[in-house]
Design a binder for this molecule. Sequence first.
Ligand code: TRP
Length: 335
Amino acid sequence: MVILEDNKKVIFSGIQPSGDLTLGNYLGAIKNWVKLQDEYECYFCVVDLHAITVKQEPKDLRRRTLELLAIYLAAGIDPEKNTMFIQSHVPAHSEAAWLLTCSTYMGELSRMTQYKVKSQNSAGSIGAGLLIYPVLMASDILLYQSNLVPVGKDQLQHLEIARDIAERFNKTYSDTFVIPEPYIGKAGAKVMDLQEPAKKMSKSGENVNGFILIMDPPEVIRKKVNRAVTDSLGVVKFNDEQLGVRNLMTILMTITGMSIEEIEAKYEGQGYAQFKKDVAEAVVSELEPIQIKIKEYIGKKAYLEEIYKKGAEKANYVANKTLRKMQKKIGFIPR
Ligand code: TRP
């Protein structure tokens, strides 16, 4: 039986199982999701269909998909309160994506920054999936009548196109979709690369010392924080001239809840050594318990299966309702 809550706003978000997650993914996304689960009706998806827009090794994709679900759970996302599922287990995503693709313009897709960057960087031919990708993302969001979508800055453009696609459909046929809004978290924890703090922390960064992985062991975390780029000013201050220091402060604030002023006062006149030590210990104490839980969940295959099956059941129910409306309005014969 599927129980729906009527009065809560709907939130949808997803992460691709396409590589190891970083501290940036954790502090920027998952940690915030945990805070949303009481107030909103949340769908947290492992977007495996998105992951295959670039080539994936099948066995790695399988492993990472389950690992990502384990990470959601270990971070504190409660499967009783939220719908956690794997995107490919809900065929409506693919079906809706085709229907919406047919009313999306080449122009608007090829203008997307992420597409332009990825297609420029790819040697040789580019998969069409990379172009269509925002339509699949729009389907994810629109099928659940989502009100809010927590996204980072890099995904705002994709959310914008999802809104355009929804508005166009509503206008062409009749009101079908809720128009989603971005959900901008309070302490917008955008974690930057530790070696090049003008760039977002990413697992695809060239220098491994630039990113911390969720699964990095404590001694690796300590080493990477210790080597993080700072400056020669020697003062812990939050400003645009000291990007490295600012980034470490952001990490510390997000984990400990301390304010900028508190941090600046605490390290006044001390240089960076103690500050860096404390940042490293904060990250270790945040990630270590989660790492233990992730390993536990990965070992419990039957439990994971129970969660993603139950999630897919609910997600299929809701998504199919929207898909049937779309099909009917477009003029397809009901099945
Ligand atoms: N495209 C997003 C990313 O790469 C992942 C994603 C897919 C997503 N579907 C979504 C995010 C729906 C929010 C809502 O980060």
